[in-house]
Ligand binder design. Structure first.
Ligand code: BTN
Length: 335
């Protein structure tokens, strides 16, 4: 095993009032200024910044300032401390950013600069979060989880067959270890709970399609989606707060997900999807259902019969069982 250095880059400045206000209690302007060693004017400027991030800051003449809702910030030391030793070994760099356009885009930029695989980018907010089929991924500040990992594969695009399905299994297992009720998977890569979307996976590839390539594996998970942000979501959705009796902290959820994903990625090229097929089928949200699959202007109707060892959807049609491969395919239960 190659020894890896873990490096950290966190864009929250030391003078940020956010960690002090995150408890949701009132703090006077003077208290904040003293704690941070800055002026009251600088505190006011920072409070305005928080409002720009979408956080609701309440002001009281007698008591000071507080966030309308307490928030739990991602904490790099805690994540590092809680990661399993094997995961830490597999992690090369961890970027914990306040705001990025997209964690996938950030990891792609890092790869262009020659960064190695095993790097992970996590953000509190994405301003241009990418979903599948060119959709926007709604990514409000400090509410959900947005993460991307980079991994290298020597077998080109073929080595990535079934990877997004395998990632779905790993994420679901990680969350369930934290007490989240059973999660189903909708082909090819949606995390679901009772017909509502809980999360999504977006894999982007660079490099040689027939040789050494790098995959950026992006995972978005709705943890506590604010209603104000949810109005922009154009499909049935849910979040962990709605379905989990005792919702763990986002740091704990993130660690649980990384502890599943990093070992999965390190073994995927040798093991492939085949060994996870049964686990995926056990979570298949559309098993045995009449479905319509759309790809561009084409569409096929049939009954979903699980997936094959490459991760292709098996569609039962009047012409027999047809494998449907990835790409711009959408799946909808027939009405
Ligand atoms: C989907 O449409 O279901 C896929 C959504 C993937 C969203 C995640 S959030 C972290 C990573 N960065 C992005 O810009 N997208 C992915």
């Amino acid at each position: 095993m190659i020894a890896r250095t873990i490096s950290w880059n966190h864009s929250v400045p030391k003078t940020d009032v956010l960690p002090l206000l995150s408890d949701g209690d009132f703090h006077s302007g003077q208290e904040l200024a003293d704690a941070l060693g800055i002026s009251c004017t600088a505190v006011s400027k920072q409070l305005k910044k928080l409002q720009k991030l979408g956080l609701q800051v309440e002001a009281s003449e007698s008591r000071g300032y507080r966030l309308a809702t307490a928030i739990e910030l991602l904490d790099r030391e805690q994540i590092l401390r809680q990661l399993a030793p094997d995961s830490r070994e597999l992690l090369s760099h961890l970027w914990l950013e306040n705001v990025v356009d997209s964690t996938n885009a950030e990891v792609l930029r890092q790869l262009q600069q020659g960064r190695s695989v095993g790097l992970v980018c996590v953000a509190e907010q994405q301003t241009a979060g990418r979903g599948r089929r060119g959709r926007n991924w709604v990514s409000p500040f400090a509410s959900n989880l947005y993460l991307s990992l980079a991994w290298e594969f020597s077998g080109g695009a073929a080595a990535l067959e079934g990877l997004s399905l395998a990632v779905g299994v790993a994420v679901a297992e990680g969350l369930e270890r934290c007490g989240v009720p059973e999660i189903s998977l909708k082909w090819p890569n949606d995390l679901m709970h009772e017909r509502a979307k809980l999360g999504g996976i977006l894999i982007e590839m660079v490099g040689d399609v027939a040789g050494t390539c790098q995959a950026v594996i992006g995972v978005g998970l709705n943890v506590r989606m604010p209603d104000s942000a949810a109005v922009a979501i154009d499909q049935a959705w849910t979040d962990l707060a709605r379905i989990t009796p005792e919702l763990p902290h986002r740091n704990q959820l993130l660690v649980a997900v990384l502890d599943q994903l990093l070992p999965l990625l390190s073994n995927f090229e040798t093991r492939g999807f085949a060994s996870l097929r049964e686990a995926w089928m056990a979570r298949d949200a559309n098993a045995g259902q009449a479905v319509v699959i759309r790809s561009g202007n084409n569409q096929w109707a049939g009954v979903a019969r699980g997936v094959d060892e490459q991760g292709a959807l098996l569609l039962e049609t009047e012409n027999g069982l047809q494998p449907v491969y990835g790409g711009e395919v959408s799946l909808r239960a027939s009405t």
